[in-house]
Design a protein around this ligand. Structure first.
Ligand code: HEM
Length: 394
């Protein structure tokens, strides 16, 4: 098969100024015509993008062939060395230290109550007004406010952390901006890590500095790098999940009503959102050996963009995949990844999203999109609505 290399901008449109609005029609075409699509940057072939569920699944599952070291040249530049770029035994050792520290039951005190109190505090500021932009006033800030408390840091720092998290994610387009944020985060976190090592408390940083596997723990620098990763993961993902779940429900009022009447349906709605508008649309891998996917030969040392968001809309895997349906039965989505690098914060993210949306529905009667204003889900690396103007009964 001859392959014409294409840039992601040619494929999806979008630019630094205007985020990609709808990648799904392009994904559909690629799955059908070019499931392993060659990508180019400045006329150089830089790798391939995978869009079919079966290929994406193999790339996530088979870590003998598909390595995470691809992340060292991307987010690794601003994070430092973290588990997202590690393979094999090194990854397993770090993962075993980190995963228990992120389990909701390991987090400070009565964690669900802390999350709920944070949600109420934010909603108090606009509940009497009858209208709000839920992205600006709630979903954008809530996960990081929770997170700064888990870390044992001042919640007032949440907005600053968020700015740094966004700057970190700019590393591919503006490395200086990413590196500056990386440095500022390290300057802020290093003294806290040193202090918690000297006087541990019950917060996440104390758990990370004292955790050991096989008699070995993490050095201060490793903890700081991991915290940078967590700040970005904590800030950019749950925020998009909650925004898209609210968007999905408000654009399907009969499903919103069902959730209102029976809150046990909310988990199904959140799960369907993860498939329908996957907050993390792409991850990367590098081939360690030559391999073949969908009939295309891929040499060793090839960078791959692994289209998790496309896989979750693959018509050969999900029936009527563009439909948002909380009653959907059938195969599991892979929005949290799959295999050894499966999201370490998934339970935390689900708990935050469930508590946040429940509290919004409890506090804002007749919540609906403002018909006079636009709202849409946008973005490619991280995807979700960038505004959500709503009306409700005050
Ligand atoms: C809706 C929310 C979230 C989504 C959709 C999501 C998605 C993902 C995905 C797709 C991966 C796999 C990456 C790969 O295979 O290369 C991943 C890994 C990871 N996520 Fe999440 N994530 C979410 C929330 C969070 C939160 C809140 C945290 C932490 C506070 C977190 C921490 C991590 C970590 C540490 C990894 C790396 C795991 C490893 O490499 O072993 N995530 N996430």
């Amino acid at each position: 098969m001859t392959i014409q290399a294409t840039t992601t901008e040619e494929l999806f449109g979008g630019s630094q100024m205007s985020p990609i609005e709808n990648p799904y029609s392009v994904y559909r075409r690629l799955r059908k015509e070019e499931p392993v699509c060659a990508l180019a940057m400045m006329d150089q072939r830089v790798g391939y993008m995978l869009t079919r569920f079966d290929d994406v699944y193999i790339a996530l599952k088979d870590d003998e062939v598909f390595s995470n070291r691809s992340n060292a040249n991307g987010i690794g530049i601003v994070m430092g060395r973290t588990i997202v770029e590690m393979d094999g035994r090194e990854h397993l050792r770090h993962r075993n230290i980190i995963t228990p520290a992120l389990a909701p039951r390991a987090l400070r005190g009565d964690f669900p109550r802390l999350v709920e109190a944070t949600a109420h505090e934010l909603i108090d500021k606009f509940a009497g007004r009858g209208q709000a932009d839920l992205v600006e006033e709630f979903t954008f800030i809530y996960p990081l406010q929770v997170f700064t408390q888990i870390l044992g840091l001042d919640p007032e720092m949440a907005a600053t952390f968020h700015r740094w998290a966004i700057d970190l994610s700019w590393v591919g387009r503006d490395p200086q901006r990413g590196l500056k944020a990386s440095q500022l985060l390290a300057e802020h976190l290093q003294p806290v890590v040193a202090q918690r090592r000297a006087e541990p408390t019950d917060d996440l940083i104390s758990r990370l500095v004292s955790a050991e596997v096989d008699g070995r723990g993490l050095a201060d620098e490793e903890v700081v790098s991991f915290l940078r990763l967590l700040v970005m993961a904590g800030a950019e993902t749950t925020y998009h999940l909650m925004g898209s779940a609210l968007f999905g429900l408000m654009t399907h009022p009969e499903q919103l009503e069902e959730v209102r009447q029976d809150r046990s349906q909310l988990d199904a709605a959140i799960d369907e959102t993860l498939r329908w508008e996957s907050p993390v649309q792409i991850v990367t891998r590098e081939t360690l050996q030559p391999t073949v996917l969908s009939g295309v030969e891929i040499p060793a040392g090839t960078e791959l963009i692994v289209g998790v968001g496309s896989a979750n809309r693959d018509e050969s895997h999900f029936e009527d995949p563009d439909r948002f349906d909380l009653h959907r039965k059938g195969p599991e989505h892979i929005a949290f990844g799959f295999g050894k690098h499966y999201c370490a914060g998934s339970r935390l993210a689900l708990l935050e999203a469930r508590v946040g949306i429940t509290t919004l529905l409890d506090r804002l009667p007749k919540l609906r999109l403002d018909p006079g204003q636009d709202a849409a889900v946008v973005g490619m690396a991280f995807r979700g609505p960038n505004r959500l103007p709503v009306l409700f009964d005050a």
